[in-house]
Each structure stands twice: as C-alpha cells, then as structure tokens.
Design a protein around this ligand. Sequence first.
Ligand SMILES: Cc1cc2nc3c(=O)[nH]c(=O)nc-3n(C[C@H](O)[C@H](O)[C@H](O)COP(=O)(O)OP(=O)(O)OC[C@H]3O[C@@H](n4cnc5c(N)ncnc54)[C@H](O)[C@@H]3O)c2cc1C
Length: 386
Amino acid sequence: MRELQHLDWPFLEERHGILASELDTWAREHVAHIHGPDVDAACRTLVRTLGGAGWLRNAIGGAWGEQETIDTRAICLIRETLAYHNGLADFAFAMQGLGSGAISLQGTNEQKEKWLPRVARGEAIAAFALSEPDAGSDVAGMQCAARVEGDHAILDGEKTWISNGGIADFYVVFCRTGEAPGARGISAFIVEAGTPGFEIAERIEVIAPHPLARLKFTNCRVPLSNRIGAAGEGFKVAMRTLDVFRTSVAAAALGFARRALDEALQRATSRKMFNGTLADFQLTQAKLAQMATTIDSAALLVYRAAWMRDEGATVTKEAAMAKMAATEGAQQVIDAAVQMFGGLGVKSGETVEQLYREIRSLRIYEGATEVQQLIIARELLKELKE
Ligand SMILES: Cc1cc2nc3c(=O)[nH]c(=O)nc-3n(C[C@H](O)[C@H](O)[C@H](O)COP(=O)(O)OP(=O)(O)OC[C@H]3O[C@@H](n4cnc5c(N)ncnc54)[C@H](O)[C@@H]3O)c2cc1C
C-alpha cells in the first residue's frame, strides 16, 4: 500500500481521501497492466473498464455525475492516481471529462441526457476539438467555420492533434461563426462520428502512443440543436472547460512524477555499486531530496487551484501556476529518475522510460508553458491596476 500523506491536507475533504485510496487499490489490480500495441483497442478497453467500475461518473457533473457540479479535486486525485499506475488510463479518464466538459457545464438538458449517461458508463467516447494546423497557442485565430442554413450549421475546415480522434463517438468542435471578430465569433457544436462530410484525415503517432488525429469537415451538416451554449459564446465554453481540466493536467504530471520518485527510491536502494548501494551516496540523496521537494511544491499548487475552483473562485492564475510548475517539475523529476537507472533508464518498456515519453506532451497541450507564463504575468499586472 502506498503512503498517500497528501490526502490529509486541508484542501481535501474526507470523501476525497476515501476516493483516492479506493482508486489506488482498484487501479493496481484492474488497469495497471492494460497496454498493448493496439492503442485504440487498449483505450476502448480502459474507457469501458473505468466506466463499468463507476469512476467515470467523477469526470462529469450534473444528475449523471457523482456530484451536482464538476468536482475539480476529485478529478485531480483520480488523474494523479491513474497516471501513477498507467498513463493511458489517465488519458482515457481525462478525455471523457474534457470531451464532455462543455456539455456538463453548458449543454441543454437534451444534450446532457443524450450523452452524459453514456460517457459516464464508458459506452460513448468523447473528444474535444479546438486546435488547428495554424491555430494552436493562438487558438482565437482558428479558421474552421460554420455557417447557418435553416436549422443546420454547415462546417468546413480542419482540426488537428485531436485526442481520441478516430475512436470517439462524438466530438465537441469549435468553429468560427462570425458574430464578432476574434474570440467573440466562435461557437461549439457536437459532431457525431459518421456524420456525412466529417472524416478522419490523418492518424498521428506521438512518442507516448495515444489515439490522435487530424479531422476534416467538408460541407458537414449538423443540426443547430447540437450547438453548445449561445452563438458566438464558444470561446467562453472552451475556456470554462479548460479552467477545470488545465489543473487536472498538472495533477496527471504529479502522478507521473510520484511514480518516478518511487521507482528511483527502489532502484537507488537496491542497485549495488562501490561496496554499497546507489542510495548511500550524497549525490544521490541530493537528487532524491530535490525530487521530493519538487513534487510536494507542485502538489500544493495543484490542490490549492482545485480547492479554490471548487469554492467558486476564479483560478486563471492559480491553474496556470499549477500546470507550469507540475509539468516542468515532473519532467525534471522523471529525468533524474532515468539518470539513476543508468542504461536501464532508456530501455524500451522500462517504467521510467515510459514516464519519460509520457510527460513530454503535458508541457505543450492545454497551453504550453510559455502560454501559462503569459497568463500568470497578465493576471499579476491586472491585479496591480485594480
Ligand atoms: C499529445 C497531444 C494531444 C493533444 N490533444 C488535443 C485535443 O484533444 N484537442 C485539442 O484541441 N488540441 C489538442 N492538442 C493540441 C495542443 O493543445 C497544441 O499542440 C498546443 O496548444 C500548442 O499548439 P501548437 O502545437 O500549434 O504549437 P504553437 O502554437 O505553434 O506553439 C509552439 C511553441 O511556441 C511556444 N509559444 C507559444 N506561444 C508563445 C508566446 N506567446 N511566446 C513565446 N513562445 C510561445 C511554445 O513553446 C509552444 O510549444 C494536443 C497536443 C498534443 C501534443
């Protein structure tokens, strides 16, 4: 049994501690070993397994969720725990939440009834389609457009880097609808897989395999009843969703980092060298101390941001701080673990080698570190003027 001391922190309630401890035990038995060369199949299995056991209810809010509103702390604890055991399980959980988040937060009752129960049971796979080939960090520069014809919207354009692309049952797609220039002229639509005019243009392979694709829309008709929120409000819908899930990316990074530290401790105390073990040397001890301190500082930022959001506060700055500190810190922790493992650290299939590949994209998606820095600075300067 792992020591989960942070569960006693005042940011968390008793139910959170119970949830994380139970999931830790469950994950060890049920998802830690689900991998395999067919990443689509592994991901589908993970979604069904997580849904069947009831964990996905925590990824959504409302009547079909575990709580009336999205519980950020629960989502963070679940991501941290799943990431510790299996990166793809964390991905499967996170995408059910991110992909359906706009519906949970701002969908109509009809949209919620149609999708949320199936998302929660792991019967429908969700995706969130915001980025485009020429609009990633500068997301308001998106080109994918939707024009209204009668009671339909007609979508034309592309989205890329879309997680679950190719296996999702529905995609929340953000398009330019032109009510106003820039961010104020964007709307969100639910597009079901198989809708005529919608195709998977390319499957994309990345260093830590996940289902990922470029999507193409050509005269793709979706009923206006599939729009989430008001016309022109799509950017706000996207940002509200990311406000929840950005902190949870930090929590996933924390899970990867905790695993790396545990692996490093095991290795350092068992690897024999120079008439002792690797852990006997002060150079190793300094590394372990730095790793543990980086992890605890990131954890404090993660659970502060999650707690503040659950208390109803605006967490733009705190979520950005958590994401930057946890993802950058986890990269350093994991790199230190790989170094301690020596040659074994870069051997394909070793846990620390997998962690090294898993962590890299977390510093890029849902706002690269540089974007988080700009957000933090902007908020600081805004506070100064107030
Ligand atoms: C594995 C993976 C999964 C993803 N899943 C999804 C998904 O499900 N849905 C979705 O919509 N998108 C997804 N994305 C896309 C992701 O959000 C974008 O990759 C990210 O926003 C960066 O956009 P970009 O790749 O176009 O890079 P660019 O916007 O070209 O940025 C490149 C780099 O420039 C730097 N940079 C950016 N802005 C500044 C600045 N102002 N000043 C200085 N430097 C800067 C950063 O280092 C950044 O990494 C995913 C990406 C990856 C890698």
